[in-house]
Ligand binder design. Structure first.
Ligand SMILES: Cc1ncc(COP(=O)(O)O)c(C=O)c1O
Length: 378
């Protein structure tokens, strides 16, 4: 169990920030790295051509380490939606085929499939939340020989409902269907091993649970998909691009591995040192220890919320770092504003009050939340 890491963050005592699934805060170290990086761009004569290729590789390797991928299996992307667009370009659909997603899944892993399905005469099937509560079983019941792609998260972004991706991955391989994962709401806080799950593509934006800056993410591309087509064609992704004086000797071959899918200007001098600092912090804490600590934090909140009549998915059905509280009737109007007035920051997603702590939270935050909820339900 990791003790509260609040001292590493700029969060005042009277703020209970329990909304990491919305935006993760930057730590002091990440802010410092970003400041220094911005300063560096004010002295461009200090930035050499090799700098376009060094920090990117450090960041790539750090993300690869979180998901047990090879360093070169990871591309640098600006958003989850970009990564899913790469996947959709490389997993073409045919008439009559299906793409399976969850009902009310986050749109970044939905719109590209709707677009692709519309063009091909294929269908996107949204799996509703089943009465029996087992989302994995519901997904397995929705895939068949027509399924071309299964596009999922590790846990639902509204209430953390959990999927068994290893089992789903196995079924996808039996059917010959592609598996495309958006793990923006779980990377860095839930252990995940691409060697076990074997997705075709997996993407995560960095600005939530990875506690990094906005506009950067990582795309894992399985080795057997690495000869695919990027969605844009930038000079840096080509073989020999480190030789700046030779760039107009146009080159048809790409850099090895997943590098061909890197977004243009991926060597972002202002952002890259900050994301490296953020990923190093996650690595040093360790994902299993983060997961265990956040699960215990949420278990405590769930127990106290239950005493107020607020229900949540049982620990076996949801990701430990997520808690979606359901009110006996609907969520009281003005609740979020009331909580905000009390210094409590959470979200409403679907019919859940979404509580998403990270290691900067402490017991006082939980007391503040519970006190404010008690006032609201009375
Ligand atoms: C599951 C999930 N994926 C992705 C994102 C962000 O998507 P993008 O990086 O495409 O803006 C969010 C934001 O809330 C999310 O909840």
């Amino acid at each position: 169990m990791i003790p509260s890491q609040r001292h590493l963050f700029d969060i005042p005592e009277d703020i209970a920030y329990l909304n990491c699934a919305y935006l993760g805060p930057l730590s002091h170290a990440v802010v410092a790295a970003g400041r220094e990086a911005s300063g560096r761009k004010s002295r461009p004569w200090e930035i050499g051509s090799e700098d376009f290729f060094t920090e990117t590789e450090v960041a790539r390797a750090l993300f690869a380490g979180l998901i047990n991928a090879g360093d070169d299996d990871v591309a640098i992307v600006p958003a989850a939606s970009y990564g899913v667009s790469v996947a959709a370009r490389n997993l073409p659909l045919a008439k009559g085929q299906t793409v399976v997603v969850l009902a009310e899944q986050f749109p970044s892993n939905v719109y590209a499939w709707r677009e692709s399905a519309n063009g091909a005469g294929a269908r996107v099937i949204a799996v509703p939340r089943p009465e029996h509560g087992d989302l994995t079983r519901a997904v397995l019941d929705s895939v068949d020989e027509r399924t071309a792609v299964v596009a999922l998260p590790h846990c639902h972004w509204a209430d953390g409902a959990l999927l068994d991706l290893e089992t789903i991955g196995r079924r996808c391989r039996e059917l010959g269907a592609g598996l495309v994962l958006d793990v923006t709401q779980s990377a860095g806080v839930m252990p995940l091993d691409v060697k076990r799950i074997q997705p075709d593509f997996l993407v995560a934006a960095c600005y939530k649970w990875l506690l990094g800056p906005y506009s950067i993410g990582f795309l894992y591309v399985a080795p057997h998909r690495q000869d695919g087509k990027p969605i844009e064609f930038n000079w840096r992704a080509r073989l020999g691009s480190e030789n700046f004086s030779g760039l107009v000797n146009y080159e048809d071959s790409y850099l090895p591995g997943a590098h061909r899918f890197d977004v243009g200007e991926c060597a972002n001098f202002q952002t890259m040192p900050a994301i490296i600092a953020a990923l190093r912090q996650i690595r040093d804490w360790g994902v299993p220890a983060i997961a265990q600590t956040l699960a215990a934090r949420n278990a405590g909140i769930a127990e106290r919320a239950a005493a107020l009549g607020l229900e949540s998915l049982g620990a076996e059905r949801r990701a430990g770092h997520f808690l979606g509280l359901r009110f006996p009737r609907e969520i009281p109007g003005g609740l979020l504003e009331e909580l905000r007035q009390a210094g409590v920051y959470v979200s409403v997603r679907g019919d859940s009050l979404r509580i998403t702590p990270h290691l900067y939270n402490d017991d006082a935050d939980v007391d503040r939340l519970m006190h404010a909820l008690q006032q609201a339900v009375n």
